[in-house]
Design a protein. Sequence first.
Length: 207
Amino acid sequence: MPVSARGERVRPAQRLTAPGRGATNILQAIGFDAANFGKGSKALYSKSRCVWNMAPGDESESPPLVMVHAKHNDTPGEKPFAVRLDPDTMTYHRDDGFDLEQWQADLSARARGKRGPKKGPTMTEEQAAEVLGDKVGTSAEVIQILRDKGATKDNATDLVKRLVLAGTWEQWHAPVKNGATYVGPPDALKKKRAEVADKLQKKLKVG
């Protein structure tokens, strides 16, 4: 049990739990086995008032994180959801498009020793340019748009780099504190620059 600076034992109000390795352990994040999720978790689980289980949503280096409200003594439980890291701001944002049921099904298959064929790159530069069209988004948003249309994470990241190098798309970092990096076709990105500049001018006038 945690100890305060004065040497007093205190009961943790909230606790965030990460899994052990393997599909079987990760699958315990949700459902009847939620209390067994974290390594050595049972004692801490019983003492905590609120427990969130956090599990990787895929096998990539920076996966979405599945958040499960495993214990909630003082409030109604939240439904499971996923969050995804924005590499431009290094903050996590809720990913409402994450397929929780498919995630559970994939883990269950892996836990039984079954694994489907690994998906390879399925998108060309021409297809990626067509998918984005005349839209502009942050680097993370564009990568996710490509992934939603069939590209793997590595494929989508590589496509953004190649299309920027080819001049099909441009990349621009907004000149503000914690500003995002935007990607898109040159004409569309020009409009985005003007939009950001207009917002900055308005802020300066107000200030």
